[in-house]
Design a binder for this molecule. Structure first.
Ligand code: SAM
Length: 673
């Protein structure tokens, strides 16, 4: 199925020999199917025929400006003139040279004030960046100097890859750098016509390594990335394709489209999961607080579309029921009753799955029967549950709705019956951050439960990893200005001391995640507070990008990137921490069922949870060979739970840099009990 229309590949063409006549180039490029063309920007007072040939609409939609690679001094002198004109014309994006080697500070100074001006015309500034450490570091320094200015982004220039004795290792190190670029606001990828090889039929094709890199880009940010073909055509194929234009560049576009249509790219971009997620993609959300707030109907509906979560719960219920039935002593007098309480039933999907699990075991009704209590504190959801209990054939006579906070359940609510199995889904992206422990522990310790009562989930473990992403950091900073409750803006301190749920393709996890802490039900440890110190050593540096880890990583590529590469502990800039969790729903001698969003064991195709981002107030630079120490706390007091976090950079026992402790006393963000 072609989905070209829904997710257009936005491709542009740059043919330096045809400049400056953007009007002519645009006409033939569009006939060939390109969406936009690149033209060198004029210096003020330079006369150009295309300025009068094209109306403003074309400049605003179909032209990307290019700042020529002048010598450094001339570049700095002319930058303002070039950009003033682009801003005046409302050109959507301008491509700029990489910062000159010894003039990054000077370049940043001019660029930052121009970028602020360019915001008025929504003009993005794309900095040419090569896929090598030096070029990426220079770009990163530039963006740090420009203080995460949101309209400064990177355009990656694909170069011919050097022949190497180990192509897999070469591709792996390129992928690591690619992930860094994606985390650094990658907006466009440029293929010079010279990187294309020629296939047997004379058509352009990319090397295997370039194909892997490009596929990775499409899988991650294919919905937003711009593609650019640059340079004179090198493949002259008479009568090739159906393009009408005279650019002879159609075969390059056809090849790019061909890669875009590969199943792995289409799968990553066009599944229902991807379209449901797209609203969340790279957009920071405050975590839900289902205990304090009442969820809306549409939110329950969205949750219920998850193809994995409920299947896993049904699996776990089946395991628990079958273990429970196997251990029952036969009693001919009356059937045994198994009592399940669903704590936080919402609209009832877990009730349904518990019933289906019981039915799947084909138990003899004279020997065992099921009772289900659906506990819910949201009055609107209770209305729905009541309707289900009265009308759904599978629920009638089995399900009782109890409108209560699970912490306040009494034996009276249950007609004197104690609970055998508590099923709940009170989990957040960081496992315990929707206060599952605070809700389940009182219930499991109450008169309603027995020492043998089983909880599904039985336990959950929280993970954390350092993350590099200019994009996430910039977006968190922007939250400072976004009006929140009561129309108040958050302010910078609060914005950077708040955690955000985000499905990000623009974040690269720099080290494998490590275990933070764990909660078990029934509780094995007393107290709800936790603290952990973690050390992320430099030699473990890898680039299993957070985005991909969450579902879309090609196992072949995952195999490559998770290798520890020689010299891979290079310098990196961290922008915060990425949290995730794994929940063991049920485990026994014979059975095991879990769900997980931890990148190392992600439950494929599950989209109920996205990772949680804890920002650092300022980016933290980690020089090559240094370790990162992370400390996190879960604190509780006065009916509130909150997290505090900080990090340090150290080498051989000496601390080189630290972040402040974020969110002390929960002054900026917390979860209400
Ligand atoms: C994340 S939703 C899950 C709903 C449903 N089980 C599902 O999977 O779609 C959590 C539900 O638990 C309810 N909830 C949270 N804390 C609760 C508590 N202490 N007692 C009763 N219900 C609670 C919320 O109102 C919400 O309906």
């Amino acid at each position: 199925m072609s989905t070209e229309k829904e997710t257009p590949l936005i491709a542009g063409l740059s043919m330096p020999q045809q400049k400056p006549d953007a009007a002519k180039l645009l006409q033939s490029a569009r006939e060939d199917g390109y969406d936009y063309v690149i033209t060198d920007l004029p210096l003020s007072q330079e006369a150009r025929s295309d300025v009068i040939a094209l109306t403003g609409r074309w400049w605003r939609t179909s032209i990307v400006g290019n700042v020529p690679e002048d010598p450094p001094e001339a570049l700095l002198k002319n930058l303002t003139k070039y950009l003033e004109w682009a801003i005046h014309m409302g050109i959507p994006a301008v491509i700029l040279p990489s910062p000159p080697k010894d003039m990054v500070f000077e370049y940043a100074q001019v660029l930052q004030s121009l970028a602020i001006d360019a915001q008025s015309s929504n003009t993005q500034l794309w900095i040419r960046t090569l896929l090598n450490e030096e070029s990426l570091q220079r770009y990163e320094l530039l963006t740090r100097l420009c203080d995460g200015q949101p309209n400064i982004a990177t355009m990656l220039i694909m170069e011919p890859l050097k022949p190497t004795s180990s192509p897999a290792a070469a591709t792996a190190s390129q992928i690591i750098m690619l992930h860094k670029a994606i985390g650094a606001q990658l907006k466009a990828v440029c293929f010079p016509t010279s990187v294309f090889l020629t296939n047997k039929r004379g058509y352009p094709t990319l090397s295997k390594s370039h194909q892997v890199l490009f596929t990775e880009v499409l899988k991650r940010i294919g919905r937003t990335v711009r593609i650019l073909i640059e340079g004179a055509p090198k493949h002259d194929i008479p009568g090739a394709g159906d393009g009408m234009g005279s650019t002879k560049c159609l075969p390059y576009l056809q090849y790019i489209r061909h890669i875009r249509q590969r199943p792995e790219c289409v799968a990553a971009l066009d599944t229902e999961e991807a379209s449901l997620e797209s609203g969340y993609l790279d957009s920071l959300q405050r975590p839900l607080q289902p205990l304090k707030d009442h969820l809306e109907f549409s939110m329950y509906e969205t949750f219920e579309k998850d193809p994995v979560k409920y299947a896993k719960y049904q699996e776990a219920c089946t395991m628990a029921l079958s273990d429970g039935m196997a251990s029952m002593k036969p009693d001919s007098a009356s059937p045994k009753m198994i009592t399940i309480a669903v704590a936080g039933a919402g609209r009832g999907p877990l009730v349904m799955r518990a019933i289906r699990a019981f039915k799947s075991l084909n138990a003899d009704p004279t020997a065992v029967v099921l009772r289900v209590f659906a506990l819910e504190k949201n009055p609107s959801a209770v209305v729905y549950l009541q309707s289900m209990a009265q009308n759904h054939a599978d629920w009638k006579g089995i399900v009782t709705i109890v409108h209560t906070d699970a912490r306040k359940l009494t034996l009276e609510h249950l007609g004197g019956r104690k609970i055998d199995i508590v099923v709940s889904e009170l989990l957040g992206s960081f496992g315990d951050n929707e206060l599952s422990p605070e809700c389940l522990d009182p219930l499991l310790a109450s008169e309603c439960c027995k020492p043998s009562t089983i909880s599904i989930p039985m336990q959950y473990t929280t993970f954390v990893a350092p993350v590099s992403s200019v994009r996430l950091h910039t977006d968190a900073r922007q939250q400072a200005q976004v009006p929140h409750e009561g129309g108040q803006t958050l302010g910078l301190q609060r914005a950077m001391e708040t955690s955000y749920v985000v499905r990000s393709h623009a974040a690269s996890q720099t080290h494998p995640e490590q275990t933070c802490w764990n909660f078990q039900h029934p509780a094995k440890e007393t107290g709800m507070e936790r603290a952990v110190s973690l050390d992320f050593a430099p030699d473990a540096t890898f680039a299993a990008a957070a985005g991909s880890g969450y579902g879309a990583l090609d196992p072949a590529i995952a195999g490559i990137v998770s290798q520890v590469l020689p010299g891979s502990g290079g310098a990196v800039t961290l922008h915060g921490l990425l949290g995730s969790f794994t929940a063991v729903l049920y485990a026994s001698k014979d059975h095991y069922s879990e769900l997980s969003i931890a990148p190392h064991r992600f439950s494929e195709k599950m989209f109920s949870w996205f990772p949680i981002y804890f920002p650092f107030r300022e980016p933290l630079h980690v020089p090559s060979g240094c370790s990162v120490g992370v400390k996190m706390w879960r604190k509780t007091a006065d009916g509130r739970v909150w997290y505090e976090w900080c990090a340090k950079v150290h080498k051989n026992g000496t601390t080189i840099a630290v972040t402040p402790i974020h969110n002390p006393k929960g002054r900026s963000s917390d979860v209400s009990l």
